[in-house]
Design a protein around this ligand. Sequence first.
Ligand SMILES: O=P(O)(O)OC[C@@H](O)[C@@H](O)c1c[nH]c2ccccc12
Length: 265
Amino acid sequence: MSRMKMEQTFETLRNKGEKAFIAYIMAGDGGLHNLKHQILSIEEAGASVIELGIPFSDPVADGPVIQAAGQRALAEGVTLRSILIELARIKEDISIPVVLMTYANPVLRLGADTFAEMAAQADVCGVIIPDVPLEEAAEFSTPLAAHDIAMIRFITLSSSKARIKEVIEGAQGFIYAVTVRGTTGTREGFDDTLYDYLESISEMSDVPVCAGFGISTHDQAQKVGSHCDGVIVGSRIVELLQQNDIEEIKRLIPRSADIAINTSN
Ligand SMILES: O=P(O)(O)OC[C@@H](O)[C@@H](O)c1c[nH]c2ccccc12
């Protein structure tokens, strides 16, 4: 069920000629009792996948907006365990795939086996652990694979061709292509080389390629998405969700009609 659900989502989108919109939110920001409402609002706004962040005290790859959201969530007292328990409770209400984004430390504290089991109970489809390099991933990916949960891998602008090949081989779920150097957060624009980079990865890869970091507007989402299988938006979603501005989240997500216009010119 778990990994397949996400594969099906991407296949359905591909058949319709649409791109995935992966919305990142910080679990527990606004209190865990709001998680269900937040996920359902974002689902209704048109997101295809939820990337659910786990708050952590030392989030090395997070930009200021996500860090602040993590601090608020920690102040609410939420933990990886309490998030997984809540997710298991509300899973029947959520239609779109959920991917967890956590640092290694909370997983190790819970135990990688327990984590995989609880994630499976919660219908989690994939897991992103940015501070675990490919070489050390087995400790996490083996128990996850036993529960059919994908471990999502990263490619960055500075990955060599050989490295890209290595990452693509055995990749599951989707590949997270990082669009900028540095931490998460909004950016004015992107490197000119970004689009060629995304297209060359997409050509090499059988699993979908989704681009994230620095995407904060509808136009950016549409433009970047037209060169790969989907986009990931974090900081902007976190901001809008904190303001409870679901209408603006709706406007951020490209519709199929926008894409049709895009390809006709
Ligand atoms: O916030 P941005 O720039 O839209 O980027 C997405 C990103 O926040 C999300 O995927 C994410 C949050 N924390 C991370 C840590 C590493 C990699 C990715 C992430």
